[in-house]
Structure formats: structure tokens, C-alpha cells
Design a protein around this ligand. Structure first.
Ligand SMILES: *[C@@H]1O[C@H](CO)[C@@H](O)[C@H](O)[C@H]1NC(C)=O
Ligand SMILES: *[C@@H]1O[C@H](CO)[C@@H](O)[C@H](O)[C@H]1NC(C)=O
Ligand SMILES: *[C@@H]1O[C@H](CO)[C@@H](O)[C@H](O)[C@H]1NC(C)=O
Ligand SMILES: [Zn+2]
Length: 654
């Protein structure tokens, strides 16, 4: 994957919805609860308030989306497409190919007087999120400004219901209590809204304008109302960082407006995390743009048309239960992306949806986090360095039919890659068959090996264990995390090129020798080829660390485990850094070249294993037995230390 410099900033630092504040606390997105309380207004060609231009009492800008939406299907019935087009009722097919989606952010004026710092944080996070989403998704742009429909059920007291009357489905009597249109708790300005009329007689074209049309928003494909508030929902759920809803769709069902609420406290925190906020906004935008249980059934199939939105047909029901009660999205790109990811041809591999807190047979708007951990659309999002805009999520957005998605910008998910169709199932996560899961409460490494971790479970994992980053000082790439004490028996080196390794090394010294259990330790690494690297332990030379094997280090007793297919394979898995000079400006398409060490820029020739100087290679299986045996004496002591280090405030302070 090649990332031009302008996109470097978000590579490797995508993420989040809610931040776990306390050990055991859940990062949550309450999108589903909020969306469920909302009625979405869909612009339909023959829907309420839509009329042919000629019955309107004033000239109509035929290029406008509103006038297009107002065209009455009944009057057009019987005319060919060509005739209708010649009458100006149908815009000619968009000559242009899909263009990057233009998201217009509108912040309601509120009482929330944000400080300059908060404003700056908000602005830069939202701008970055919008930039990322626009670079991923393209739409067929509608001509003219965007105008949102008014809800006939709100402004109208009764609607003509006789299908033979001229004013069928139009408003017959205004609702005198009608005040305004809202999107969640944002009042939509009249300027963003189409007009609405009342037809007092069933068959007379006579009408009264209830509200005139606003000017609309030029150059806009999606209108994002951004609401910063300390809402009840923010207060009620301390882990909630943001939430979103969509509230208007176009005639194809594509959402054209929505609200993202960002809980104000999050902008205020001393430990404010920009990347996490960007990822939160992207996550919420993806919900509002189509990744939503309320929209799954409206996704369209555009495979027979060359452009998204044109000549598409409804997909109908896309969610089905698989053989084991897991609800999955069965659409072509999603299935294919998951098959590729898990390296399985199993046709049952639809996109699995989170089932926690969802009644049986119902679905949520998140991926099952055991299977797609780290995805930006998982229900549980952890450290911002681990959250990815993954190929399966992008496939889902493609399958909405509303977007053309640039799949080449997907980020490596890593989690579960190549692990087969049963990966992440409750029946396999505890049988030690996958190195992504763990059992017991032991120390180790987060699966990306950027962090030290501890094996933990949570309600979403339903008993499966994974190595979660330690709450404090877990990052191997942060030099300042080095233990200050005379702990150098461990041989750790922390710094930008350091990664986490399962290790039981202890330095041989004059002190009484003690053996260590296996835990996560930070050592330097440098890539020498795809999945090939060397490591350096304090006081040692660089030594080859053959993936899938263990090595010994001169001057130490114990072993280092060299992870297979985790290091030097994914150029976009790097510590976050604003200093783009620390990375190559782009990754070459040649996989060997791209894996040239980012740290020193030199290409290291591979040495045959016989030249391993201080290492002994063991088969991984044998090593795993040894590992189990080593988790003994030192363990109690270590877990005590971990509790001391569980200081929540530092968790998101990257
Ligand atoms: C997709 O993104 C890549 C990387 O940013 C870019 O080079 C490519 O031109 C994009 N493709 C399309 C069809 O926009
Ligand atoms: C998996 O390994 C752990 C120790 O590493 C062991 O306690 C457990 O019994 C193993 N489980 C199975 C199903 O083999
Ligand atoms: C853990 O956090 C505390 C306070 O946030 C800090 O003083 C301490 O140095 C941290 N521990 C390590 C090992 O960095
Ligand atoms: Zn969500």
C-alpha cells in the first residue's frame, strides 16, 4: 500500500468510540439505542409533499435536488424515461464518475461555550475524520444544493389518502403545532430544509405554502450536524465518548444527514487523545453513512450498473443467522473480504455482528469483536494504535450500494489473519489453537506487539481471553516507559523501534540466579525481510529472531519467543508519530523493499540459520510447553506489580 505523505498522519493511528476508563470498563458505542428512538425521513419520489414542478406556483430551479425529489410519480407514469427527461423532470445520467463524498459539517450554535483549546481539538479531529472518510468513499454527486425533506407526519394533520385523488399523499391540513424539524436534538435550520405546502382540496391544485424552501447547502453530499454537549446520555454512561444517528436519506436510501454528538468532557480531559477522537468521529460517521442495523435492509445491489446509485436494486434481507446462531451480513464484498482475511473459502463467512446485549435473532451495528477485533466498526475499541479501517468494513460500505469505496486504502487488520473460518468462535478460543487468544491471567504481548499486555476477558469476549495493553506504561516504543528501578535483569530496551516479545530472559550475574516466568518484554527489533527480523536485548548484539522459534541470548538465561507473521510484515503497523521523517515517505510495492528497516534504512542481508551465534532454535510447540512450565514462581509477584500499574488516567495518554 502506498500512502502519500498527506495521508501518513492517519496511518496506524485510527480508532475509537469510547475509552475504557477503568479495568474491566467497556468501551461502548450507544449508536443502536439512540438510532432506535429516531424516525428517519426518507425522500421518496412519490412521497409526501412531492409534486411535479408545473403545479408549483413559482419558478423552480430544475437543477435542484428538491425539485427532483418533488416530482410526482403519478404524473410521470406512462411517459418514457426519454420523454420525462426531455420535459426536464429527470436529470440526464450523471456524466461524471463517482467523486469523493463532500461532508459538510455544521455546528449548531449552542450554550456550550467551548474553550479555545476545546474548539481547536474538535476542529482538527473532525477535519481529519472528514478528510479520511472523503478519501475512502465516493458518491454520484447530485446537482444543486442539498435540501432536506420535512417530515409530513410532523407538519401535517391529515394526508389525502384516496389514491385516485390528484393530491393523493399530499398534506390536506397543516398541523398547527408544527414548529421545526430536528435531527436527534439538533434543530435543523429552515435554510437547510425543503418547503412544504398544504392542499386544502383533494383534487384542486390550489395550495398554500406552509414553509418556503431554504437555500440548501451547496457542494454537499452529506450534512453532518456536530453536536457538542454534556447530554444525559454522556453523563449516564461514563464510557460513552460519542454517538450518532442518521436522520434523512435520499431517494436511493443513502443517508444525507445525520448527527454526531461528542461528549464534551472528552474534549476537556487532560489526557485528551487526538487520534482516538478522530477514530471516534470516523466510527460514528460510518454508522450514519450506512453501517447501521436500521439501514442494512435498505442496502442496494449495484453490481449490474457501472455506477453506485444508478440502476441499483434493493438487496432485501442481507442479515441471516449462520448455523450457530451468529447473525451475519451476507453481501458479496463482505463475504469475499472475510474469506480473504481468514484464508477460507467457507461460503458461510458473512460479516459477523456483535450479539452482546442484543436479543436473539436481532442484530447490532458493530462487528463481532472476537472475530474482527481492532476493526473501526467493532463494538469494543481499544488503544488507538490498534484500531484499523479494515478491508471488511470497507467492503460493507461498498455493499451499501451508495458508495464507491477505495479498497486499496484499507489498513491491515492483523487480528485473525489467515486463521480459518472458525477463528474467534467460542468453541475454539480457549483450546490454545490460535496465538491470538490466551487463557489464564498471564502477562504477554498485545497481538500487534507494540504493547505489553495482560490476558483478560470482557463481556464482549464471552470468556475468550486476549492480551490487552497494560493500563500503564505498556508501550514498548515510548522510551520514558522504561522502568526506573534497578530492574535491568530483564534486558529490556524501550524506544521507537522496540516491540513486545514473550520472554523469560534474566541476566546472568553475580546475584543469585532466579528464573523468570514468560511475560511481555520490550526489545529493539529491525526488519531484514518479510516476517524476518533481528532483535537486540540490553548489552547484546543484534541477533536473528526466526519467526515461530525461540532463541537464547548470550549473557542471559531463559528464552525469547520470536512471533510469526506479526513483525516486519505490515508496513502500516507502526507506533504513532507526528514525525513523518521517521517513516519512509512511501512504501514501495515490492514487499521486500517495503520491509527495509524503517529504523536505520539499511537493508540487511539474511544469514542462514546455521550462523545464529547465540541462539538455539526450538520448535514452537515444544516452546509452548516450556512456556507453560515457566509460568510459575514469579507470577504472583508480577501480577501484583500489574495492579499497582493499573492507573487509569494514563491509559489513553499516548
Ligand atoms: C485509491 O487510493 C490510492 C491511495 O491513496 C490512490 O493512489 C488511488 O488513486 C485511489 N484510487 C481511486 C480509484 O481513487
Ligand atoms: C491451554 O494452555 C494453558 C496453559 O498455557 C493450559 O492451562 C490449558 O489447559 C490449555 N488448554 C487446552 C484446552 O489445552
Ligand atoms: C505508572 O503511572 C504513574 C502515574 O501515572 C507513573 O508515576 C509511573 O511511573 C508509571 N509506571 C511506569 C512503570 O512507568
Ligand atoms: Zn458504534
Amino acid at each position: 500500500m502506498a500512502f502519500p505523505p498527506s495521508q501518513r498522519l492517519w496511518v496506524g493511528m485510527l480508532v475509537v468510540v469510547v475509552v475504557a476508563e477503568l479495568p474491566g470498563a467497556q468501551q461502548k458505542c450507544i449508536f443502536d439505542e439512540v438510532q432506535a428512538q429516531l424516525r428517519v425521513v426518507r425522500a421518496a419520489p412519490n412521497g409526501p409533499g412531492l409534486r411535479p414542478p408545473e403545479v408549483q406556483g413559482h419558478p423552480v430551479n430544475s437543477g435542484r435536488r428538491t425539485s427532483r425529489q418533488r416530482r410526482s410519480k403519478s404524473l410521470l407514469r406512462g411517459l418514457s424515461v426519454k420523454q420525462r427527461r426531455s420535459l426536464g423532470w429527470i436529470a440526464p445520467p450523471a456524466p461524471a464518475s463517482p467523486q469523493p463524498i463532500r461532508i459538510h459539517t455544521w455546528i449548531p450554535r449552542g450554550r456550550d461555550d467551548l474553550s479555545d483549546t476545546e474548539k481547536e481539538r474538535l476542529k482538527s479531529a473532525v477535519e481529519e475524520a472528514v478528510r479520511v472518510v472523503s478519501s475512502l468513499l465516493s458518491v454520484n454527486r447530485a446537482p444543486g444544493p442539498l435540501l432536506l425533506s420535512r417530515d409530513i407526519n410532523k407538519y401535517c394533520k391529515f394526508i389525502w389518502s384516496n389514491s385516485r385523488s390528484t393530491n393523493y399523499n399530499r398534506c390536506g391540513r397543516a398541523n398547527s403545532n408544527y414548529r421545526n424539524e430536528t435531527c436527534l436534538d439538533v434543530t435543523i435550520p429552515d435554510d437547510h430544509l425543503a418547503g412544504c405546502d398544504v392542499y386544502p382540496e383533494p383534487d384542486s391544485p390550489h395550495r398554500t405554502v406552509l414553509r418556503p424552501a431554504g437555500a440548501g447547502l451547496p457542494d454537499t453530499d452529506f450534512l453532518l450536524y456536530l453536536h457538542i454537549q454534556s447530554t444525559d446520555k454522556c453523563r449516564a454512561e461514563p464510557d460513552v465518548l460519542a454517538y450518532a444517528v442518521h436522520c434523512r436519506t435520499d431517494t436511493h436510501g443513502r443517508p444525507v444527514a445525520g448527527v454526531v454528538v461528542i461528549c464534551r468532557d472528552r474534549l476537556t480531559e487532560a489526557s485528551y487523545n487526538h487520534q482516538a477522537t478522530v477514530q471516534t468521529v470516523i466510527h460514528e460517521l460510518f454508522h450514519a453513512l450506512g453501517f447501521s442495523k436500521d439501514l442494512f435492509h435498505t442496502w442496494t445491489d449495484c453490481s449490474s450498473s457501472s455506477q453506485a446509485g444508478a440502476g441499483c436494486s434493493p438487496r432485501g434481507k442481507v442479515i441471516h443467522s449462520d448455523g450457530s446462531d451468529q447473525m451475519r451480513i451476507y453481501t458479496p464484498s463482505v463475504i469475499s473480504a472475510l474469506q480473504t482475511h481468514l484464508a477460507s473459502a467457507d461460503p458461510e463467512l458473512g460479516g459477523p455482528l456483535e450479539n452482546l446485549g442484543v436479543p436473539s435473532g436481532r442484530v447490532s451495528s458493530h462487528w463481532e469483536s472476537r472475530v474482527l477485533r481492532g476493526s473501526i466498526m467493532a463494538a469494543v475499541l481499544e488503544d488507538s494504535t490498534a484500531v484499523r479501517i479494515d478491508p471488511v468494513t470497507l467492503a460493507a460500505l461498498q455493499d451499501t450500494g451508495w458508495y464507491t469505496v477505495n479498497q486499496s486504502q484499507a489498513q491491515s487488520l492483523v487480528w485473525g489473519e489467515g486463521e480459518g473460518a472458525s477463528f474467534g468462535s467460542l468453541s475454539t478460543c480457549q483450546d490454545n489453537s490460535s496465538s491470538f487468544f490466551c487463557t489464564g491471567r498471564r502477562l504477554g504481548c498485545h497481538f500487534l506487539h507494540l504493547h505489553k499486555g495482560e490476558c483478560q476477558t470482557d463481556p464482549y469476549l464471552e470468556g475468550c481471553g486476549v492480551f490487552k495493553p497494560l493500563k500503564n506504561a505498556s508501550e514498548c516504543w515510548i522510551k520514558e516507559n522504561a522502568r526506573q528501578s534497578a530492574d535491568d535483569w530483564s534486558g529490556e530496551i524501550l524506544g521507537f523501534d522496540s516491540r513486545c516479545f514473550f520472554s523469560s530472559l534474566t541476566r546472568q550475574s553475580q546475584f543469585p540466579v532466579f528464573s523468570s516466568s514468560v511475560e511481555g518484554r520490550c526489545y529493539r527489533h529491525r526488519c531484514v525481510g518479510p516476517n524476518r527480523y533481528q532483535i537486540q536485548v540490553s548489552g547484546s548484539e543484534w541477533v536473528d529472531c526466526p519467526a515461530g522459534f525461540t532463541i537464547q541470548i548470550k549473557g542471559y538465561q531463559g528464552l525469547v519467543f520470536c512471533p510469526d507473521r506479526r513483525l516486519c510484515l505490515y508496513p502500516d503497523i507502526t507506533p504513532p508519530s507526528d514525525d513523518t521523517n521517521m517513516f519512509p515517505t512511501s512504501y514501495a510495492s515490492d514487499p521486500l523493499e517495503m520491509l527495509t528497516s524503517a529504523q536505520d534504512g539499511t537493508w540487511l542481508p539474511l544469514r542462514p540459520p546455521t550462523e545464529l551465534t547465540v541462539s538455539t532454535a526450538l520448535c514452537l510447540t515444544a516452546a509452548a510447553c516450556l512456556l507453560a512450565a515457566l509460568i510459575v514462581s514469579y507470577r504472583k509477584c508480577r501480577s501484583f506489580m500489574v495492579r499497582i500499574h493499573n492507573i487509569p488516567e494514563d491509559h489513553s495518554n499516548l
